[in-house]
Design a protein around this ligand. Sequence first.
Ligand code: FES
Length: 148
Amino acid sequence: MTLGKEVDVGNRERQDGQQFLEVGKVDEVPAGKMKHVEVLGKEIVILNIGGKFYAMDDRCAHMNARLSMGNVSSDGIITCPFHGARFDATTGKKVKEPVLTPSQQMEPLPKTWQNYLEHAGELMSYIKTYDQHVYEIEVEGDRIKIRV
Ligand code: FES
């Protein structure tokens, strides 16, 4: 996505104080892949979905797992590696709630572990999972920039 005027080099500051900062090169994020970056204290995941780039917070809105360590589908749905919440990386919208109960296909756990997981599951049931923040992104030549 190209926004406004072209620039020749470096990063630039916008009138509202936000700026486009370079976060990587196009060839560092192949199609279907994700890349974790840290910019101004924010952890952000950059994705390439069919040749188009997107940027979203890389901390899950449930319990802060790093989303870039999860999976991304060909249509840009990221699955959190921790409890399986899913987010549409093109919009930041949550599309599936976390899964808080162990799979029925698991081997039975020792009773102390079952008790612990039941207690943790009850506590987690009160945690709300929100949409993720997304960032404007643009590609200039081989450079990927996001607005922060
Ligand atoms: S931390 Fe992501 S679903 Fe729980």
